[in-house]
Design a protein around this ligand. Structure first.
Ligand code: G4P
Length: 539
């Protein structure tokens, strides 16, 4: 009896891996990521989830105590995970925050995906944040599908957009469909894979799935239907057939080539064919590098890593959730796993499936899935969990802070909540905290990648921990961990515009007012090490 159960679960693993697609949408703010996410969920039938995203898109009007700053600013700061089934495929969409100050969180999320969708605004093309996010995908060799959005509005010529992708990102762009007309005269899309035309129909109510009228191409009536756009379309198709690059699956999987789709998320146009193509072309979970060599998703041994920690996701449950990406084997509720950093075994009690802010307990999960673990301080970003022989996945990159500020509590009687708040936000990776050596000065120094993170810290300390705080900006732009012979360190001369601090483990950290100042100190003290956080040896 037990043998047959084991056999069937063994067979299930490759099948479950093959039907997983785990991806993120990357874009510059305002290109339409939230709208496309919502529409993908709508087409996949996960309407209850689409509602959640919709609520976020219109969060300026919504009122709840979740992430008050997001609502006040109308931006998304925290990333969430959405899981849904469509045509037998289990899709994990890891949402990423759109604001550039939160790119660190986005970078971590990109460590957990197997492919990405790049959304471009057809009028703007590649924008600064697109480039930054693309660079991370490229480094990881993640395959990217491109969705050129807002075709219902005047935009740049499609050839120009393709050329920009090729020149700016160094990736071959292969269109899978082609817009007919533009802006107010936009008529639809020519499907380059199965010669047919999809007619654009403006829907009065953009919440519903748009009807799709398709006609084979060439068709005798098309010239009359398309009118003036017919001639240019014929020329462009001929040009693409002659000069356009052909799709090559291996180059796509290596991140060297991107299939390009045009459409309009707001008006639901081109979203359904894009979703179908995405599920067809995007790869299932692949192998990952670890200290024990390559880990394959179909390996029986379970493994995964924590890529995100989020406190107080749900005001009903004021707890911390660790997001675990499963890399191999079958995850089971209550299983014992080895925690590589702590060097001991722990039980996987209360694993959750996440839908944005909602959660539900699960019994099992497979590679590609993201499991939420309630985190009683056990997990940190980058932790590997596994069954069987101990292993650890490659570390998640850390970004050097560039903004510094003194964090002051306005309420002396709330020291305990203040300490708890800053410790938890630090664990989430929202910011780092430094202290004055020997605690001469009580206020901690916040170090963040972007300035908006200070507002997040202040807002979250107040709404989640009940502590009012202020941040006074400090005039430093970079931090280095300084180490060397204690006598040399004690005698060192520190010029003005530097500040000596200690991290929470007591290591010496110096802040510098400019690159030039750091270069000077390095030159004057050749025997002293000036390191970034990412270069430090583990304690
Ligand atoms: P983001 O998550 O990438 O930041 O972008 P988001 O989806 O919030 O879209 C940014 C703006 O672009 C929104 O308008 C949205 O309605 C609009 N948009 C998205 N897709 C399309 C499209 O296909 N065509 C057109 N014309 N507009 C599109 P908004 O006015 O800033 O917000 P809202 O009031 O519509 O929510």
């Amino acid at each position: 009896m037990s043998l047959s159960i084991e056999k069937s679960s063994f067979d299930a693993l490759p099948r479950e891996v093959a039907r997983r697609r785990t991806f993120a949408i990357i874009s510059h703010p305002d290109a339409g990521k939230t709208t496309l996410t919502e529409k993908l969920l709508l087409y996949a039938g996960a309407v209850h989830l689409a509602g959640a995203v919709q609520a976020r898109a219109h969060q300026r009007a919504a009122k709840s105590d979740w992430m008050e700053l997001e609502q006040a600013r109308g931006i998304s700061i925290t990333s969430t995970a959405l899981q849904f089934d469509y045509r037998g495929i289990r899709v994990n969409l890891l949402d990423t925050p759109g604001h550039q100050d939160f790119s660190e969180d986005t970078y971590r999320t990109l460590m957990a995906v197997d492919s990405a969708v790049m959304v471009l605004d057809s009028a703007k093309g590649i924008e600064p944040q697109t480039k930054k996010l693309f660079a991370v995908c490229r480094k990881r060799g993640i395959p990217i599908l491109t969705f050129i959005n807002k075709m219902d509005q005047p935009g740049r010529h499609p050839f120009e957009l393709l050329e920009e992708i090729e020149q700016t990102l160094g990736m071959t762009a292969v269109p899978f469909n082609w817009p007919i007309g533009e802006g107010a005269a936009f008529q639809g899309l020519y499907d380059l894979r199965e010669p047919q035309v999809l007619f654009f129909q403006r829907t009065a109510h953009n919440q519903r799935q748009a009807p799709m009228r398709v006609e084979a191409f060439p068709h005798p009536s098309l010239a009359a239907t398309l009118g003036e756009a017919y001639g240019p379309l014929q020329d462009e198709i001929a040009l693409l057939a002659g000069a356009g690059a052909a799709f090559d699956r291996d180059r796509f999987l290596a991140g060297e080539l991107t299939p390009v789709f045009f459409g309009s998320a707001l008006t639901n146009f081109g979203v359904e064919p894009f979703l179908n193509a995405f599920l067809h072309y995007a790869p299932p979970p692949g192998p990952r590098q670890s200290t024990q060599g390559l880990v394959r998703p179909t390996d029986e041994q379970f493994s995964g890593f924590v890529f995100k920690i989020q406190a107080n996701m749900d005001p009903q449950h004021r707890d911390r959730m660790a997001f675990l990406r499963i890399c191999s084997g079958r995850f089971e509720k209550d299983m014992m796993v080895y925690h590589a950093r702590l060097g001991r075994k722990i039980r996987m009690t209360r694993p959750h499936r996440l839908f944005g802010r909602d959660r539900e307990t699960i019994d099992e999960a497979f590679p590609g899935d993201v499991v939420g673990l309630v985190n009683p301080g056990l997990f940190a970003i980058g932790d590997t969990l596994c069954s069987g022989a101990p292993l650890a996945f490659d570390p998640i990159p850390q970004f050097p802070p560039e903004c510094f500020g003194l964090l002051r509590s306005q309420d002396i009687s709330k020291q305990k909540q203040f300490q708890k708040g800053i410790q938890q936000l630090q664990e989430e990776g929202v910011m780092q905290i430094f202290f004055s050596p020997d605690h001469v000065r009580r206020e901690p120094v916040l170090a963040a990648v972007g300035e908006l993170q200070f507002d997040v810290v202040v807002s979250r300390l107040e709404s989640e921990y009940g502590v009012k705080t202020t941040v006074e900006r400090l005039p430093y732009v970079l931090a280095r961990w300084v180490s060397g012979d204690p006598v040399t360190l004690a005698r060192m001369y520190w010029p003005q515009d530097t500040l000596r601090l200690a991290d929470r483990d007591g290591r010496m950290v110096m802040l510098f007012g400019s690159d030039r100042l750091l270069a000077y100190c390095m030159k004057e003290n050749p025997s002293v090490k000036f390191q970034l956080a990412s270069e430090l040896a583990p304690l």
